[in-house]
Ligand binder design. Structure first.
Ligand SMILES: NC(=O)c1ccc[n+]([C@@H]2O[C@H](COP(=O)([O-])OP(=O)(O)OC[C@H]3O[C@@H](n4cnc5c(N)ncnc54)[C@H](OP(=O)(O)O)[C@@H]3O)[C@@H](O)[C@H]2O)c1
Length: 233
């Protein structure tokens, strides 16, 4: 069996997660990507030409059984786990005072509980490789916005990243919190349009993720905020 490093990326069939997966495969990693939609994952694998090093697993980042199964299948298929990227997430694009609460449960479970479940399910394997945890947060997890309920979930990710780092650094496991500004991905489909101004590409965020992951042993990049130029907040 190959001893190439292995990464597991939740929500890796589109946008930022897919860009990270592509860049890591190009760098020689073996990669598992998860997502709720089978068709999206199949399309992504087809687009890449079904590389040997790519495993796609249908499952929700918000369900512990699914997350545990993705970790177990990755370990069974690839024999090790070096990096997990808690990337799955979405916005309901509404506000706490005027929005529709029916969408909030799934958003909170995916954006806040999801990263915690991934950490819990993968930590034993990461201890063995002295691996890395990457949490994809948001600029909205640093800058309050009027009524921003999605932003509140990303503030929780900001907290989870540092709380986790303070525990797992003793075990040789790194924690990187990447907080993207506005990025052109399917994230904005449910908003109805792209936001105004210049946007980053998914690959430009993936560059920072992969840079952090590929630091030498003993170096732990903790917080990276990346905005497109011209985004004021
Ligand atoms: N684009 C931006 O401007 C921006 C800015 C700041 C932060 N972010 C964050 O970046 C991360 C990636 O988003 P993106 O911009 O790349 O958008 P995206 O293309 O919509 O990617 C999100 C992915 O997560 C998957 N997903 C959603 N809920 C899931 C769940 N419960 N379980 C498993 N997979 C799930 C989606 O696939 P399925 O629907 O098929 O499951 C999708 O592939 C998110 O955490 C987002 O909050 C984005």
């Amino acid at each position: 069996m190959s001893d190439a490093p292995v990464a597991l990326i939740t929500g890796g069939g589109s946008g930022i997660g897919a860009a990270v997966a592509r860049q890591l495969l190009d760098a020689g990693y073996r990669v598992t990507v998860t997502g709720r939609g089978e068709a999206r994952l199949r399309g992504f694998a087809e687009e890449l030409g079904h590389p040997d090093g790519l495993l796609t697993i249908v499952g929700s980042a918000a369900e512990y059984g699914d997350v545990q199964a993705a970790v177990d299948t990755t370990l069974k298929s690839f024999g090790r786990l070096d990096t997990v990227v808690a990337n799955a997430g979405f916005a309901t694009h509404d506000t706490v005072a005027e929005g529709d609460p029916s969408g909030w449960t799934e958003m909170v479970l995916t954006n806040v509980l999801g990263p915690a479940l991934l950490i819990r399910a993968s930590i034993d394997a990461l201890k063995e490789t002295r691996g890395r945890i990457v949490l994809v947060g948001s600029v909205a997890g640093f800058v309050p916005g009027p009524g921003n309920i999605y932003g509140a979930t990303k503030w929780a990710v900001t907290g989870l990243a540092e709380n986790t780092r303070r525990q797992v650094t003793d075990w040789g496991v790194g924690v990187t919190h990447i907080a993207p500004g506005r990025t052109e991905t399917p994230f904005w489909d449910s908003y109805g349009s792209l936001p105004p101004g210049h946007l980053l590409t998914a690959d430009q965020i993936a560059d920072s993720v992969v840079w952090a992951i590929r630091q030498p042993e003993g170096v732990d990049v903790n917080t990276v905020v990346v905005r497109p130029i011209g985004q004021p907040n």
